[in-house]
Design a protein around this ligand. Structure first.
Ligand code: MTE
Length: 358
């Protein structure tokens, strides 16, 4: 049997082969839409092989009419498209101090893609929500064991009704105009724009409307902010909305550039919608200059930005980027430490060497 990682694009950096976890090198984070073969992959279990012809979507729980929708029928429901970024909650945690638990993501656990499918609310409306509906639980077909959990479990996450009923919360069957690739959730996945990637459940097996708050390993034990010194006697806050963030895709760490004009570029995004400004500092954060930002193509997508640095004096520099969104949220110098280093949006710092002109 081949490992899940055997089929992966060699341009990606593989953090784990089974389950497959692979990130994008920073220098490739430079395009408005990330192609499917360059989109990061984050799996907790081996990739399930699902045959669309034998697959259907059961919708049950607090609904008047339980449904079981075939792949074909799903495609005949009103189509909805969303350009949205997904970022793994653990992205950018490799450098956090004190060290955190978990796979050491550099910065490549992020990408924007065009998703198409059916709004989750369309399916829920057809099933007829009861007034007792409190959360919508989406379960994946993938299963396995997790350290810290007993026995086999499926990957599953719930959404509060407000998020589940938002028209842009999608049951997606297409990614960038193609059927979902196997590693990204074929035949059907959730896409929850504005939230970290963990609720965008892949390989959907079932949807259940609950009259209570869901308790499950990934939702209530894993993707939560565990503060320093936590003893487990009280629930930890769940990871949800994306934070304002920017990354520098050029130059990269340790790059030699020639004195003169140097283009600094990268991407910026926020869970609060479009970015207001991206500022660059090349003097240890003493002064900041505004970069040019490309217009936002969707409230959920990242925005490319660019700044021309007059790097006239050779030497060693730290280049920093800091994004601020329209709500006024801005990137901190340091992230608020939590045990798994989730939601790190600290200012990105890149060491660069400016060498004299030949
Ligand atoms: N869905 C299932 N069924 N199993 C998973 O392991 N991983 C989640 C989410 N959906 C996961 C899942 C996490 S943590 C992230 S960040 C995104 O999928 C990653 O989506 P991608 O691999 O398509 O980039």
């Amino acid at each position: 049997m081949t490992a899940d990682g055997d089929c992966i694009n060699p341009e990606l950096t593989t953090l784990s082969r089974t389950p497959l976890v692979a990130g994008v090198p920073l220098n490739l984070l430079n395009t408005e839409v990330m192609s499917n073969d360059r989109f990061y992959v984050r799996n907790h279990f081996p990739i399930p092989k699902v045959d669309a012809a034998n697959w259907s979507l059961p919708v049950s729980g607090e609904v008047d009419t339980p449904l079981n929708i075939s792949y074909q029928d799903l495609k005949e429901l009103p189509r909805h498209e969303v350009l949205a970024l997904l970022e793994c909650a653990g992205n950018s945690r490799a450098g956090i101090q004190p060290p955190i638990e978990g796979l050491l993501w550099d910065h490549g656990g992020v990408g924007t893609a065009g998703w198409a499918g059916v709004s989750l609310c369309t399916v829920l409306e057809r099933a007829g929500l009861r007034s007792t509906a409190k959360e919508v639980l989406i379960e994946g077909c993938d299963e396995g064991e997790e350290r810290g959990a007993s026995g086999k479990l499926n990957y599953a996450m719930s959404l509060p009704m407000e998020k589940a009923l938002h028209p842009d919360t999608l049951l997606a069957y297409e990614m960038n105009g193609e059927p979902l690739p196997g590693e990204h959730g074929f035949p059907l996945r959730a896409v929850v724009p504005g939230w970290f990637g963990m609720t965008s459940v892949k390989w959907i097996k079932s949807i259940q409307v609950l009259d209570h708050a869901f308790v499950g390993y990934h939702q209530t034990s894993y993707y939560v902010f565990v503060p320093e010194g936590a003893t487990g006697d009280r629930p930890n806050e769940r990871v949800t909305s994306l934070r304002v963030k920017s990354l520098i895709s050029h130059p990269v760490r340790g790059q030699y550039v020639t004195a003169g004009r140097v283009t600094i570029e990268g991407m910026a995004w926020s869970g609060n919608g479009p970015i207001d400004k991206v500022e660059i500092s090349t003097d240890d954060g003493k002064s900041w200059q505004e970069a040019q930002i490309s217009p936002s193509p969707s409230p959920y997508a990242w925005q490319p930005w660019k700044y021309t640095w007059e790097a006239n004096s050779p030497g060693n520099y730290l280049v920093r980027s800091r994004a601020t969104d329209l709500k006024g949220d801005t990137q901190p110098v340091q992230t608020l430490w939590n045990f798994r280093g989730f939601a790190n949006n600290a200012i990105h710092v890149v060491p660069v060497i400016v060498q004299p002109m030949p």
